[in-house]
Design a protein around this ligand. Structure first.
Ligand code: SF4
Length: 424
């Protein structure tokens, strides 16, 4: 875009910045989907019994499989500095690796308590790597809830992996973000059909399939909350493909076309490959857009998916976003989304939950997207809500999931209409 090009959408909308009480989950939540994605990884949280309870209740207990996450519980004597937590950590890790030879990647995950007692887990990971490499690669990152949101756990995890990715001078595409396997396979099929390759994914399903990275690597994000991972890839010399995120028919098409341009794919080939799935996606979205059309929408900040989803719901489903709250607005990553989002909504960053609830009460939107903590009281007050966390547990990317994505938002409206005995 040239400097004097007209600014469009919400690019110039002033951002309401709030820094007050927040209602969000911590980054440990990411372990729930990351451990399913990385099949030979183990996540060892160094934390409290609260952290262990959060993980157990969020991820459920695995009955038939050996678990691939656990918590090294810091006891009172650790918190009081009466025991050497590093020695205990080394013992726990050695025991775990001896018992589980299938583990090839071990993530030591910091928490609020480990940060409060200033346990240096990055040094611990270096020390443990010396002891256990090359059989097991050990990383550390923080999942603490101090000043973070739940999707930042994935960002911190992937950013921690980037420095260890093998170097290459070869050209290729790196697709970044933990996608369900079925969605990853669909993306790969489309990219292959376009002639883009070789394609790697971060994270890969297994350590042996780890991506390579270098100055001829293009990378493209599938999730908007991966700012630190993008910065780490930039430091490795990789080049980011600037695109909106692949939600809905339009988002997916723009995402694929940005990749196709970077790899010199002819337009005719692009059109031939995308025509049928685009038509399928449009049809699938239209089935739910009837329910969503004209309805107002309010996003509390939670997942960092808010801006791309508001864009999808406004442009493809005809909804009217009133406020789009995001925990953190990463301008460089969000510029294409802001340009597409129709003017009108308040864009807010951060949270002062009481003030935002007041704005919400005044607006009284048809649908509210928020965290679990706010959903129940808002439902009780008569609002239709959608849990933001469902959006990271459900396959929602690319063409074949576009209809499901629209349906996630249409369902609460239909349910409420049924309860009220009317039509949505
Ligand atoms: S990391 Fe912090 S916010 Fe998360 S469960 Fe542990 S104590 Fe709670």
């Amino acid at each position: 875009m040239s400097l004097d090009a007209p600014r469009v959408g919400c690019v110039d909308t002033p951002v309401l910045r709030e820094r007050g009480q927040r209602e969000v989950f911590c980054g440990l939540t990411g372990i729930v989907w990351l451990h399913r994605k990385m099949q030979d990884a183990f996540f060892l949280v160094v934390g409290s019994r609260t952290c262990a309870h959060l993980l157990q209740s969020a991820a459920g207990v695995m009955i038939f499989a050996e678990p691939r996450f656990g918590t090294a519980v810091l006891e009172e004597k650790d918190l009081a500095g009466l025991a050497d937590a590093n020695v205990e950590l080394d013992t726990v890790v050695a025991r775990l690796i001896a018992r589980r030879p299938d583990i090839r990647q071990l993530f030591i995950v910091g928490s609020c308590p480990s940060e409060v007692i200033k346990l240096d887990l990055s040094r611990a990971a270096e020390r443990l790597n010396t002891a256990h490499a090359p059989h097991v690669r050990i990383y550390s990152y923080s999942g603490s809830g101090i000043e973070t949101t739940f999707t930042q756990g994935e960002d911190a995890c992937l950013a921690a992996m980037v420095p260890a990715l093998p170097a290459t001078q070869d050209a290729g595409l790196l697709v970044v973000g933990a996608l369900p396997d079925v969605v990853e396979d669909q993306a790969l099929a489309l990219l292959h059909a376009l002639g883009v390759g070789p394609v790697h994914f971060l994270p890969s399903r297994r350590a042996a399939e780890a991506a390579t990275v270098g100055p001829n690597t293009h990378y493209v994000l599938t999730q908007p909350f991966l700012g630190d991972t993008a910065a780490a890839l930039d430091r490795r010399g990789a080049r980011r493909v600037v695109a909106p995120f692949p939600f809905g028919e339009e988002g997916t098409t723009l995402w694929l076309s940005a990749v196709a341009r970077a790899f010199g794919v002819p337009e005719a080939r692009f059109d031939a490959v995308t025509a049928a799935p685009r038509a399928r996606a449009r049809k699938a979205v239209a089935a739910h857009a009837e329910t969503l059309m004209g309805k107002s929408l309010f996003f509390f900040p939670d997942s960092q998916l808010e801006l791309p989803l508001a864009r999808f719901l406004a442009r493809e489903c005809g909804m009217r976003p009133l406020e789009v709250g995001t925990p953190f607005l990463h301008r460089a990553l969000m510029e294409p989304e802001l340009a597409l989002l129709p003017e009108g909504p308040v864009i807010s960053e951060g949270q002062d939950v009481d003030r935002q609830l007041d704005r919400h009460a005044v607006q009284s939107p048809d649908l509210t997207v928020c965290g679990l903590g706010l959903a129940n009281p808002l439902e009780a007050a008569g609002h239709a809500t959608k849990w933001a966390i469902e959006l990271v547990f459900t396959p929602v990317h690319f063409y074949e999931q576009a209809g499901d994505l629209a349906n996630l938002f249409a369902r609460p409206l239909r349910r409420r209409a049924l309860l009220a005995g009317g039509a949505a």
